[in-house]
Design a protein around this ligand. Structure first.
Ligand SMILES: NCc1[nH]cc(CCC(=O)O)c1CC(=O)O
Length: 321
């Protein structure tokens, strides 16, 4: 129960895309149920990541761009919490910030969306599939080398519009985003993790606040879903140990069955020609060490060479001729 040291009003910082607003409203509604006497306000803001739409995100600084402005608002006291897709949260939290809660995971799978074809394996050779995710691209190229992959940026609605305009035979999106936006009927087929291993954190939401706001961390506790948090921590520990960012074609997905946490991971070259994947089981209590160990095992199988090759590719050709 909130005591005298808890605020009577909580301001929630969010990006202004339909999905981000849905997520912020979802958390607001959960909090309002828990704390009916408190007041909640949603504060929408445009981030640099939202403004820059013409280049591949990985080339201009990556996912951090979507959350820096929100963190600035937390820092300045203009907002109390920020709601993020865990997929968009960098592996290392910046100093002074904490994840107060990780919510129960929505469907973590990728979705195949097409107006013409029922399944990925029904696409004729040369078909153009839209995605700007290096993870999705590398897996598609590895498993369906006869398909073309072309960039597709923008929010969920923009991506669906580009599909509907006929620029692509199919696109790949996160099922969670489509379901949250009430667009589940657009899902043509769900891709099993064997076919498209999800992104680290996919489907889970994170609530961020300043690390010194123990009042907020306490208030968010009922929204923290421990099995999801353990799975996401296993995935993030793996990605962190591999130096994962959105510049790296990498996937990580953990699930708990009974007393066993199963973590699967892969690292690939963008063209999917080189791919190293592996999995590890263990106790959910050991989530972080399972992630670190799987990263080691992947490195032992050759992930390091793939990562080094990616790094040299990322070097700016102008300043490093
Ligand atoms: N890359 C953007 C992004 N960040 C989070 C989601 C929604 C799914 C989720 O919460 O994991 C999406 C859309 C997508 O990948 O299709």
């Amino acid at each position: 129960m909130p005591n005298s040291s808890t605020p009577n009003k909580i301001v929630i910082a969010t990006r202004e895309s339909a999905l981000a607003l849905w997520q912020a409203n979802f958390i607001r509604d959960r909090l309002a149920e828990l704390y009916p006497q408190m007041e909640f306000q949603i504060s929408g803001m445009t981030t640099r990541g939202d403004q820059i739409l013409d280049v591949t995100l990985s080339k201009i600084g990556g996912k951090g761009l979507f959350i820096k402005e929100l963190e600035q608002a937390l820092e300045d006291g203009r907002a109390d919490i920020a709601v993020h897709s865990m997929k968009d949260v960098p592996m290392d939290m910046p100093a002074g910030f904490a994840l107060a809660a990780i919510t129960e995971r929505e469907d973590p799978r990728d979705a195949f969306v097409s107006n013409k074809y029922a399944r990925l394996d029904a696409l004729p050779p040369g078909s153009v599939v839209g995605t700007s995710s290096l993870r999705r691209e590398s897996q598609l190229r590895a498993r369906f080398p006869h398909l073309q992959v072309q960039p597709l940026r923008g929010n969920v609605q923009t991506r669906l519009r580009k599909l509907d305009e006929g620029q692509f035979a199919a696109i790949i999106l996160a099922a969670a985003g489509l379901k949250r936006l009430g667009l589940a009927e657009r899902i043509t087929a769900l891709l099993s993790p064997d076919l498209s291993l999800p992104a680290v954190g996919q489907g889970a939401l994170g609530i961020e606040c300043r690390a010194d706001r123990s009042d907020l961390i306490k208030l968010m506790e009922p929204l923290h879903h421990i099995p999801t948090a353990r799975c996401v921590e296993a995935e993030r520990a793996m990605s962190r140990a591999l130096g994962g960012s959105c510049e790296v074609p990498l996937g990580g997905f953990a699930e708990i069955d009974g007393h066993v946490l199963r973590l699967r991971g892969f690292v690939a070259s963008q063209d999917g020609i080189r791919m190293v994947s592996d999995e590890l089981n263990g106790s959910p209590d050991d989530c972080a060490s399972i992630g670190a160990q799987l990263a080691k095992n992947l490195k032992a199988k050759g992930a390091e060479e793939i990562l080094v090759a990616l790094e040299s590719k990322a070097v700016d050709p102008v300043s490093h001729p």
